[in-house]
Design a binder for this molecule. Structure first.
Ligand code: PHE
Length: 362
């Protein structure tokens, strides 16, 4: 049934929409704004769409005429919209052309590339050499039991060597009994941990941080060591000499000489320290005048590089190995010291200050 007011409502609606649309569009400044406004009139919920739904209520005679009027408005809206859109595009293009020029020759923003820390580099090089010789890599905790750090390695209670490795105790007591917890002073703890876990034959290297109450140009309270050890039947000092000589020649220079001096560590017997030809004055080249002036080896032509020895039978007993059946060797070195020697770094503190001016030199 046609409603008498429907024609009026429809005609008024068309007129209102025509006026309101044009005005709303003039205020739009961007394409999204424009599309939003457009949707408010001709979108699925738009004013004109709603109005068109009234068509069936119009009396038959006027329906055709009003339908044409509505279509005309729709087209009008479409072309107003298109024009407004073009004008926004033109405006943007013009702003671009008249704005400040884009200088494509400006250099890009530079990102400083990161690189490996000298200690990490040295550690990787050292590990590569030992892995190529068949050693496995092991890891262990920095927070340790006193027992693993000293007792099981054959340090007698109150041995002066434990003073040399005075450290940081964790917890209130600070006392020295087997269960005391401390920051490990040496990676030799790995010998105990790995031997308690595994049976010979084994060949293991283990790098890691250690802690001591030491602080000067060549000592830092935290530094890095690398432990190595090999256990099997019939291992002799000859194997120890062979492995370490080959290792040092690969790491520093194939020409260096290596010498073994007797020394003491509770967990090895015999124990030794290893010296190698000074790599600063290249002592092996035999230029005596140059070596005489070398501040690193103090004219001796030698520098101390690591500690080593044949694993003491008492260590084997402490980890449950048959000391009659097995022999083995162990060695330990400071990775910081190796980095300092390899790169000519005068002060260990430089390695821990994280100054990019220093670190970017390696
Ligand atoms: N752990 C010893 C130290 O820290 C080094 C070492 C390791 C010596 C293995 C001999 C054998 O001084």
């Amino acid at each position: 049934m046609a409603e008498p007011d429907a024609v009026q409502t429809f005609e008024n609606g068309l007129a209102e929409i025509r006026g309101a649309y044009a005005e709303a569009l003039r205020a739009a400044r961007s394409e999204p704004e424009l599309r939003l406004i457009n949707g408010r009139y001709v979108g699925p919920q738009g004013e004109l769409t709603k109005l068109l739904k009234l068509m069936p209520k119009l009396p038959g005679e006027q329906r055709r005429e009003l339908g044409q009027a509505a279509n005309a408005l729709k087209q009008e809206i479409q072309s107003t919209f298109d024009e407004a859109l073009q004008s926004i595009f033109r405006g943007a293009r013009e702003a671009e052309l008249n704005g400040p020029p884009l200088d494509v020759t400006l250099p890009g923003r530079w990102q400083m590339p990161g690189r490996l820390h000298p200690i990490t580099r040295v550690r990787n090089e050292v590990l590569d050499i030992f892995v190529s010789l068949g050693f496995d890599i092991a890891d262990g905790p920095e927070v340790e039991l006193y027992e693993n750090c000293f007792d099981k390695l054959g340090f007698p209670p109150d041995h002066p060597a434990t003073d040399e490795q005075d450290t940081f105790f964790i917890g209130a007591t600070g006392s020295r009994n087997a269960e005391s917890v401390l920051l490990r002073t040496q990676t030799s703890t790995i010998q105990i941990r790995e031997m308690m876990k595994r049976e010979p034959p084994l060949a293991i290297v283990s790098p890691g941080a250690v802690y001591r109450r030491d602080d000067d140009a060549t000592h830092s309270p935290m530094f890095f060591q690398l432990e190595g050890f090999l256990v099997d039947e019939d291992v002799t000092f000859a194997e120890l000499k062979g492995v370490l000589t080959l290792f040092l020649r690969r790491l520093f220079d194939e020409h260096i000489a290596v010498r073994f001096r007797a020394s003491y560590f509770p967990f090895v017997e015999p124990g030794g320290e290893v010296d190698m030809s000074c790599v600063f004055c290249r002592a092996w080249e035999g230029d005596r005048a140059r070596t005489a002036q070398c501040r690193v080896c103090k004219g001796t032509g030698w520098m101390e590089i690591l500690g080593c020895g044949m694993i003491h039978p008492v260590v084997f007993e402490n980890v449950g190995y048959d000391a009659e059946k097995y022999t083995g060797f162990a060695f330990g070195m400071g990775l910081d010291r190796i980095a300092m020697l390899k790169y000519g770094i005068p002060n260990i503190k430089l390695l821990y200050e994280n100054d990019v001016r220093f670190l970017s030199q390696f």
